[in-house]
Design a protein around this ligand. Structure first.
Ligand code: SF4
Length: 91
């Protein structure tokens, strides 16, 4: 578990394609595939660079990055990859 960063993911809201995108988009390997599901690696949370790439992949509101040192929260905006734009709703 991170001291500075806490990442929360509503995994059930991800499609299989989004799971794979989430794992591949993060430059510091915060996410990992466990079978067909994706999990946050708690030992990596503090490595988060706050690049926000994952926030454009996860459905709106499904992924939250909490900065424990400032009480600020970043929330996913929805997948740009969704062809129907279903996940692009503003949280
Ligand atoms: S903000 Fe960047 S570094 Fe942090 S979890 Fe998302 S993709 Fe990884």
């Amino acid at each position: 578990m991170g001291i500075f960063i806490k990442i929360e993911l509503e995994e059930d809201r991800l499609t299989q394609g989004l799971r794979e995108q989430l794992v591949s988009v993060c430059p510091v390997d915060i996410f990992k595939l466990e079978g067909e599901r994706v999990a946050v690696r708690p030992e990596q949370e503090d490595e988060c660079t706050l690049c926000e790439l994952c926030l454009d992949v996860a459905p709106a509101g499904a992924l939250t990055i909490r900065k424990l040192y400032s009480n600020q929260t970043l929330t996913s905006r929805g997948s740009k990859a969704c062809p129907e734009g279903k996940n692009n709703a503003i949280a």
